[in-house]
Design a protein around this ligand. Structure first.
Ligand SMILES: [Zn+2]
Length: 298
């Protein structure tokens, strides 16, 4: 009898500790770019969970039953935009959702050619023609922080001050990071870069580096031989020394072009979450250093 009561007490204690854990707000994010930003605002008090594991592309992710289970527990779900990780918002279940692109001021938004959409004919602009990889520019990230922190605070009022204080501190670190990157890429300003997919346009624009084109204009979709031939000619004409692949996508085409055009192959990472590129700052510094090294090689 006593033994049974003891077992019951242990079970109740275990249940109570589970409940205590469950009261911790959980922010579920699509993938690592969002994770890197939201983690800075959430700090250790709030749990941030990724649906796409590090090393995989948020663009090509196929939602799994485990993703549905994860979003059930979410206080808030955060994703970037329909043309980036739009599958996340289609997961069933009514929960509060944040779309990060909504926080980026219109005048900072770029088209897929690397130019500001404010310079274009507004009748030809739709959501699909806006590049969503804004997190590759630390000052674009800084620009979304005040409104993002306010919105998170209204969705989770208990932790309002955490979000707002962390956002203010992160903004200061982003200013420092921007100056650090500006220094690293100083000697490659004005160079032309050809990317694997249009993932670093915001970075290139911010640091006055030219964008030449991409191997995969649509991530995960292999280019035709004709497209590769045209791009290779463009690369040779631009006189660049390097081409890039990304760890989340196949490197096959980048290797073919590197070999046929006599270019060095380097890795750029627009997603991060892997060793040495775990947090936001390390991810941006990795890309700045890689670009600088690649474009000053030979
Ligand atoms: Zn991308």
């Amino acid at each position: 009898m006593h033994k049974n009561i003891f077992i019951l007490m242990i079970a109740m204690l275990a249940l109570a500790s589970c409940n205590a854990q469950n009261t911790k707000p959980i922010i579920v994010v699509s993938g690592n770019p969002v994770y890197a930003i939201i983690s800075e605002l959430a700090g250790p008090k709030i749990e941030v969970r990724r649906l796409v594991p590090p090393g995989a592309s948020p663009h090509t992710h196929q939602p799994k039953p485990s993703d549905m289970y994860k979003v059930q527990a979410a206080t808030v779900l955060v994703y970037i935009s329909e043309n980036n990780d739009g599958w996340a918002v289609k997961l069933p279940g009514g929960r509060k959702t944040l779309r990060l692109m909504d926080f980026l001021p219109r005048e900072m938004q770029l088209g897929f050619d690397g130019d500001f959409i404010s310079t274009k004919d507004s009748t030809k602009i739709n959501e699909n023609s806006i590049d969503s990889h804004f997190w590759m520019d630390p000052l674009a990230v800084k620009a979304i922080l005040p409104a993002l922190a306010d919105t998170l605070a209204s969705l989770d009022p208990q932790n309002a001050s955490t979000y707002k204080n962390n956002a203010a501190l992160f903004a200061k670190r982003l200013d420092l990071l921007h100056r650090q990157i500006d220094d690293i890429v100083h000697s490659i300003k004005g160079h032309t870069v050809f990317l694997y997919h249009p993932s670093l346009l915001y970075f290139l624009k911010r640091y006055s580096i030219n964008y030449g084109g991409s191997i995969e204009e649509s991530p995960g979709k292999e280019p035709t031989p004709q497209f590769i031939a045209k791009l290779t000619a463009k690369i040779k004409e631009a006189g660049t020394t390097a081409i890039f692949y990304e760890p989340q996508l196949s490197d096959k085409t980048a290797r073919i072009i590197a070999e046929s055009a006599g270019l060095e192959l380097f890795m750029l990472d627009p997603v991060g979450g892997e060793k040495g590129r775990e947090n936001y700052q390390d991810l941006l510094l990795f890309n700045a250093r890689t670009l600088s090294k690649a474009l000053t090689a030979k």
